[in-house]
Structures are given as C-alpha cells and as structure tokens.
Design a protein around this ligand. Structure first.
Ligand code: F6P
Length: 552
C-alpha cells in the first residue's frame, strides 16, 4: 500500500515551508542572488530548462527532492524501464521508452525481449517510407503518392500531427500530410476535397481498431476511394497501424500493409511506435531515427542524472510546488514557435489523460490535487488574446515558454522579435509593475493628479507569477524527441508523487457508452423512451431528431 501523500514527512515539511515561501517576491530572490539563473537552470540534450522564475529557492528544492525520494521515484522509474506491469488496472507494462532504445537493448516483458519486434517494425517502416518517398510505391494509376492522410484520434492523431507540423522544415517536397480525427465529417470532407484518390495514401491509425470516430472516418474514406479506384487498388492506398490484427483484416487491409505495435504502448505515448508512420513518411526513416534518438537521449539523462540535476524530475517538482503548495489550478503552455502550434494540445492529452485522476493506485480518494488544466497557444498570438488574464487576472497561472534559439528560416529580424517577446513575457510576469511605478509614470506623462488614483489600479501588475523557459538549440527531430520525452517523464514523475495510475484512462469510457445508445436513438425510426434520459438530454435528442426529419 502506498502511504498517504499528505502524511509523508516531506509533504508536511513542504507545507510548513510554503507558509513562508508563499510570501516571497521573485524579484527579491533575483536581487539577493546574482547566481540565481546558474543555480536554477540546467541543460541537456540541446535543451535548456530555466526554472529560476518560480517562487522557490534552494531549500524548497531540497524539500521537493526529499518528497520525490520518499515517493520512490527511482524505484518506480526502474520498474517502468524494466517492463514491470506498472499499469495495474490493465495489467500492462509501460514501455514506450523501449521504442526509442537501440537494437541491442535488453528490455523484456515476462522474460521476452522486446527489441527484436520493435526493430522489425522499424525496419519495415524504413523500407515502406523509402518506397513511397522515392516513388517506388505508386498509386493505382502509376502516379507517385503526394498526400498522406492519417485517420486516427487521441494518441493516434495528436502525436504524429504535432510532430509532423513541428518538423515541417524536414518534409519531403512532394508529400503533404493531413490529419483527420473528428467524427464531425467537416474534418474528413475538407481533406477529401484537397486530395485525389490515385495519389493519396490513407493510414488508418488506431491502437484498438475499434474507436468509433476512426472507424467511421476510415469506412467513409474507403467508400470515397472506391468511387474511383477498384477493390484491388485499395492495397496501394490503405495501410493500418494497430495492435488489433483481426480487426485490421476484417476492415479489408492486408496484414502485409499493417504496421503493428503492442498493448504496452499507451495511446498518448505512441508517437514513437508505428503510429509515427506519417511522420516517418514526411521526414524519412533517418530523421525519424533522429527523433527516436532524441527521446532516447532524454531517457538516458532521466535514468542517470542525480535527481537534483535531472531535467524531467525538476520540471515535475516545480509543477508539484505550484500545484500543491501555491495552489495553482492550471498550466499554460506557450510555444514561441509557430511549428509547435499543436504542442499544447499534445500535452493536454499527455498530462490530463495520464494524471487527471482522483484516486490512488490502490483506489483511495486523493487528498491532494492532481493534474492541473493544461492549455495554451503559440506566442506571440496568445499575447493578444489571453495573456491579459495571465498578467492581471485573479488566478496565478504558471506558464511554460518554449522557444528555439535558431529558426528554420532566414528572417532573423522576425526571430529576434519573437524571442524578445518570449523573454519579455516571462520577465513581465515575474517583475510586475508596482502602484508606485505606475504613479510615477503617469506623472511623467502629465496625467492630472486627480485622474491618477483611478488609473493606477488598472495599470498595476502584481507580478510574482511563475514560469519556466525551455530553450531548444533549434527545432530538429532530435530536440523534438528530447522535448517530448522530457514532458513524458515529467508526467510520470508527477503521477508517482500523486500516487495515481498515469497509464489508464477509464474516464473516457462512460461518455462512449452513452453516445452509442444515443446514436441509435438519433438514427432509429421510433421515438426513444422519454424516461430513458433526464429531461435535458431527452429534449436535446428530440430536437436533433426533428432537425434530421425524424418524427415518429
Ligand atoms: O478515448 C481515449 C483513447 O483511448 C486514447 O487514450 C487513445 O489515444 C484514443 O482513444 C485513440 O484510441 P485508438 O488508438 O485505440 O483508436
């Protein structure tokens, strides 16, 4: 039985400490310690993490590290990497890290090494992607493939979509990638209007191959294709990525065109598996290997660096400090890189599906808050939308700023402006602007003394608002791999501290079951039993039936 988090000695010590630290002003911490940045930042894998703009000091970190040790981070980390079945509610190992390890890695599940099967699939992916990219894999009319359409949702969409966008600078010039996830056919329809059946390759990506949205989109795409291509031509245009061989065959895809993965790869951790096929097609197998290598480099750092100099551990602990001791309820992600625009959505699934839990591994109610709400958008766009609230709203919302030092374009002036804004935002959140400063400024501007008091309150910034900054040398396959693995391990460490199962997602099931019933009620000829639902749901169903022309 895992001991209660809130009765551990480390937790109680942190609680005491937070009563003092809660009143600290970061600007004082910076002026007292000129070495604060050196002390509270670290670099690895071509990433720099600056966590100095948080309301903490060395003592806080010591206490947080004691908490990490008391919660058994090192033991749990070893358990995950060694293939133990740490996903206890599904009796599954959690081995996405094995997907990026080299061929000779010895990891095994139930005594069976996993590297041979992983590398067999990687080799097949390498062969397939080379054939498509070199125009040796052709469409039914003999033309090369120009469009890749990945049909998947959740982890079978967000990872490859995010990574394909992030690595746009490395795309094959002939290929375009499209991602269809929503059962709302506006999604699929928009893509089908941009592509030709004879030059399009559909990847049906689904771990289970039963997910309603993906299956519906896949069947519709198949029917669309068959309006022009023949059944025999399907083999050149539909491939599958799944763990479910039977369902793939039942759909009509030859297993020769199926790229498997395994139940020990969670959906939100699957971009490293064959779920990354669209990415491998767009950037090529070598670059895909660099992406895996970047993740592997972060794994090695995570497993070998002391906790006090361990990037994922520190990122996680800063998050725990903010969430549990400074009581922040949400976490904003601000990539100052347009090509990372899908990164906040990717992290939303990674963190919220993993740690959005309210019971411990052994089923007891959590006594401390777990995952904050994760959200965000690119800078500088967010600055002109919601940053007002970040600076002057009632809630303190920590921000992770993410930027690359070197851009993939030659427009250096734009890049300097982008970075200037990124750094200015974290500085402004930290420093704020006092009432006295505002007052003096208004006086300098010649504002009449009588008008000043009313304006001062509006123009004052409280400051002392925490942020991390993550700087990549450049956005490359390797640094992207390291960045994704950094957040995966941050999520893992936080899950261990909270004592939750970060690898199941039962919370998505109830809505799926109810939707199946309502779907048949919307489609059926007979009026559904009005007592089968609450009055709100029953009336919503009735209105949708009426709009669809169902009367009786
Ligand atoms: O509904 C949630 C979920 O199970 C995610 O965890 C998963 O990434 C997504 O659905 C898609 O599942 P699949 O890959 O099996 O289609």
């Amino acid at each position: 039985m895992v001991p209660d988090l809130t009765s551990t000695s480390a937790w109680l010590a942190l609680l005491d400490h937070s009563r003092i630290a809660g009143a600290w002003q970061m600007r004082d911490l910076f002026s007292k310690d000129p070495q604060r940045f050196e002390r509270l930042s670290l670099a690895c894998c071509d990433l720099l993490l600056d966590y100095s703009k948080n309301r903490l000091d060395g003592d806080t970190l010591e206490l947080l590290l004691a908490l990490a040790r008391e919660r058994g981070i090192e033991q749990q980390r070893a358990a995950m990497f060694s293939g133990s079945k740490i996903n206890t509610t599904e009796q599954r190992a959690v081995l996405h890290t094995a997907l990026r390890a080299p061929r000779e890695a010895a990891t095994a599940i139930d005594g069976r090494p996993v590297a041979p099967q992983i590398h067999e699939v990687l080799d097949r992916m390498g062969d397939f992607t080379a054939r498509v990219r070199d125009a040796r894999w052709l469409g039914y009319s003999g033309r090369p493939i120009t469009d890749i359409v990945n049909i998947g949702i959740g982890g079978s969409d967000l990872g490859p979509k995010m990574a394909c966008q992030a690595l746009r600078a490395f795309h094959h010039p002939r290929l375009r990638a499209h991602f269809v996830s929503n059962v709302d056919a506006h999604d699929l329809d928009a893509v089908l209007h941009q592509v030709e059946p004879e030059t399009t390759l559909f990847i049906i990506a689904s771990k289970t191959f039963t997910t309603m949205e993906t299956m519906m989109n896949a069947h519709t795409a198949r029917a669309w294709f068959l309006q022009r291509g023949s059944e025999a031509a399907l083999a050149s245009h539909f491939v599958a990525v799944s763990t479910n061989t039977d369902a793939v065959q039942a759909f009509g895809i030859d297993i020769a065109n199926m790229f498997p993965f395994w139940d020990w790869v969670g959906g939100r951790y699957s971009v490293w598996s064959a779920i990354g096929l669209s990415l491998a097609l767009m950037i090529g197998a070598e670059r895909f290997r660099e992406f895996l290598d970047g993740g592997f480099a972060m794994d090695r750092h995570f497993c070998s660096a002391p906790l006090a100099a361990n990037m994922p551990v520190l990122l996680a602990l800063v998050g725990i400090w903010n969430r549990n001791f400074l009581h922040t309820a949400s976490q904003s992600i601000a990539p100052y890189h347009q090509d990372l625009r899908h990164f906040p959505a990717f992290l939303q699934q990674l963190e919220m599906e993993s740690n959005g839990k309210r019971v411990t591994l052994d089923g007891r109610a959590l006594e401390a808050a777990s995952c904050p709400v994760v959200w965000g958008d690119t800078g500088t766009n967010g600055q002109h939308a919601y940053f007002q609230l970040l600076h002057q709203g009632c809630d303190t919302i920590p921000v992770d700023f993410i930027a690359a030092l070197r851009p993939a374009h030659a427009l250096q002036a734009h890049h300097s402006a982008l970075l200037a804004n990124c750094f200015a935002q974290s500085e402004a959140l930290m420093l704020g602007k006092s009432a006295a400063q505002v007052h003096a400024e208004l006086q300098r501007q010649g504002v009449p003394e009588t008008a000043i008091p009313e304006l001062v309150a509006h123009k004052t910034f409280p400051g002392n608002r925490p942020s991390n900054t993550i700087l990549l040398e450049a956005l490359t396959p390797a640094t992207l791999g390291a960045l994704v693995a950094l957040y995966e391990h941050k999520t893992f460490v936080q899950g261990v501290i909270w004592g939750v199962n970060s690898f199941d997602q039962w919370g998505v099931e109830l809505g799926k079951v109810l939707a199946t019933r309502i779907q048949s009620e919307l489609a059926g000829q007979d009026n559904p039993d009005p007592l089968a639902h609450d009055s709100s749901t029953a009336n919503l169903i009735a209105r949708a039936r009426k709009a669809a022309g169902k009367t009786g």
